[in-house]
Design a protein around this ligand. Structure first.
Ligand code: BTN
Length: 255
């Protein structure tokens, strides 16, 4: 089923949040592969209840609606597929090398350029739909002072405007290709090496935090396993497996 992602699009100049709109569409008859996108979000959502700044005319704010036949426990792997696909698309379109901060932040030279928020609805242990929300700083010329140390945009990195629509098309193609392989194989082994090559946490000392920011463990991050979980080796040599429920911080700040 190639060329389904983003074939149908729902665009409005302004929306509260593309993830919220995609949910509204999903309740109706919306198709697998529908792409909801906008130029400006008034209530953009980030992970862990945070908001996502979405200034008009500068970024990519989009949500892909999927209706996969997949066990709900496997849905978090879709986020990693999206992260790697976006990283590859940026590389192809701009030449910029993008790192991944597990599981789904994209960073350039240590600053965040893109975040992904995956949301899911289930019914009787089956997925009704998954929404992969992607927010990217594309043509932002300057960030507020409080974000300057942690955020960047493609424009800031190369001083050239990027065609947002062409980038969206490129992301859709790469995402669908990997999605198809994932649905066939059921795990991420096919992209484990590519993902780990981009993983900025690899070989670094990290703190693993729970939902309420409590420290769960510290150790040296290895790569991901084929389920997309991050392996962390603690001081006493144990290998801990971290799922998407936790977040990971470097000891010197964001990465
Ligand atoms: C993060 O916290 O890093 C995730 C940010 C995800 C932001 C995107 S923008 C498009 C989509 N709609 C939203 O409300 N959020 C996601």
């Amino acid at each position: 089923m190639a060329n389904t992602f983003g074939k149908k699009r729902y665009y409005r100049e302004e929306m509260d949040s593309t993830n919220t709109e995609a949910k509204r569409q999903a309740v109706g008859e919306a198709f697998h592969g529908l792409l909801v996108h906008t130029d400006h979000q008034t209530m953009g959502k980030g992970r862990q209840g945070r908001s996502w700044s979405s200034p008009k005319g500068t970024g990519i704010f989009m949500s892909l609606l999927l209706k996969p036949e997949l066990a709900p426990q496997k849905a978090s792997m879709l986020t990693l597929i999206a992260a790697l696909s976006v990283a590859d698309a940026i590389r192809e379109m701009t030449g910029l090398f993008v790192d991944i901060k597990w599981p789904n932040d994209l960073v350039i030279k240590g600053r965040k350029v893109c975040g992904i928020l995956t949301e899911m609805s289930t019914e009787k242990d089956a997925i009704r739909y998954v929404i992969i929300g992607i927010g990217m700083n594309v043509n932002t010329k300057e960030f507020p002072v409080e974000l300057q140390q942690t955020a960047t945009s493609l424009y800031i990195e190369r001083n050239v405007f990027t065609d947002r629509n062409a980038l969206i098309d490129c992301i859709m193609l790469k995402l669908e290709e990997r999605y198809d392989t994932f649905i066939k194989t059921g795990d991420l082994e096919f992209m484990q090496e590519d993902y780990n090559n981009r993983l900025i946490n690899c070989g670094r000392w990290v703190r693993v935090l729970g939902r309420d920011a409590t420290l769960l463990l510290e150790g040296v991050a290895g790569g991901i396993n084929k389920k997309g979980e991050l392996l962390v080796e603690t001081d006493d040599g144990r290998i801990e497996v971290c799922s998407g429920e936790v977040s990971v911080r470097g000891i010197y700040g964001y990465v």
